[in-house]
Design a protein around this ligand. Structure first.
Ligand SMILES: [Zn+2]
Ligand SMILES: [Zn+2]
Length: 253
């Protein structure tokens, strides 16, 4: 049994955006409130966190505490890594591995030397950075994980495939061979920033096109800004099998 919990579905600012009075930011539908994008994946006794943004603490506090076996980071932008210091409780007894690409590892060592370089500070999270490469599958417990190469504008970043689920965020487009690694998915989680095109993220129509080509049984959209529109309205316009994700949504298969 696989259980996926979408912890956040918002872009870097979150929704509502601070200071904004648009109808989406003022909506009373809880599905229009979006913390920064992150996903918790559980299969058997293996629990893996995908991205760890500034809302991580708020996202896990309401959940029953259970250990994590690994964290996978897509890239070094703040909305995907700012919660790493709050991994303390998850690494108190045992070192927690963080898998990511080389550039993200370099940035984290520079930004958080007390976690990754200077090991003497008391109480710090016990984390180990593991650099992994696109196309090279590794395992955590029973989960086979393949980093997928995707482009965030000009910046090459990772998506991840975990058995029959793939998580792709902050993508504008992906190289052809990445599509080959996304065949036979049950669940695809993919970014859709807003209606209009953007220079570093897919728009809604681009995300739908890519999702239809990948052809997962179920696709959930994440990393949305307030410009995506009201959840209740966007939901009605989506093709069969494609859903607009919301914070706290759980998917089981
Ligand atoms: Zn982002
Ligand atoms: Zn980004």
């Amino acid at each position: 049994m696989t259980n996926i919990r979408i912890l956040g579905t918002g872009t870097s600012t979150g929704v509502p955006t601070i200071g904004c009075t648009c109808p989406v930011c003022q909506s009373t539908d809880p599905r229009d409130s979006r913390l920064r994008t992150s996903v918790l994946y559980q299969e058997d006794n293996t629990r893996i966190l995908l991205d760890c943004g500034p809302d991580f603490r708020q996202q896990v506090l309401p959940l029953r505490f259970e250990p994590l076996q690994a964290v996978l980071l897509t890239h070094e932008h703040f909305d995907h890594v700012a919660g790493i210091d709050d991994l303390r409780s998850f690494s108190y007894r045992k070192e927690l591995p963080i898998y990511t690409n080389e550039l993200t590892a370099i940035h984290l060592e520079q930004r958080m030397p007390y976690c990754f370089v200077d090991k003497s500070y008391p109480g710090i999270p016990k984390l180990s950075l593991k650099e992994v490469e696109a196309h090279k599958t590794f395992s955590v417990g029973s989960v086979a994980i393949t980093p997928i190469s995707v482009m965030h504008g000009d910046l090459p970043i990772f998506g991840y495939r975990l058995n029959k689920m793939a998580y792709i965020t902050d993508m504008l487009y992906m190289p052809e061979d990445s599509f080959d690694e996304l065949q036979g998915l049950e669940v695809l989680i993919i970014n859709a920033l807003r209606i209009k095109p953007h220079s570093t993220h897919e728009s809604l129509s681009e995300a739908i096109q890519v999702a239809q080509r990948i052809g997962a049984n179920q696709t959930y959209l994440v990393h949305m800004s307030h410009d995506i529109g009201l959840h209740a309205q966007v939901e009605k316009q989506l093709p069969k099998g494609i859903f607009i994700g919301y914070d706290g949504q759980t998917i089981e298969y």
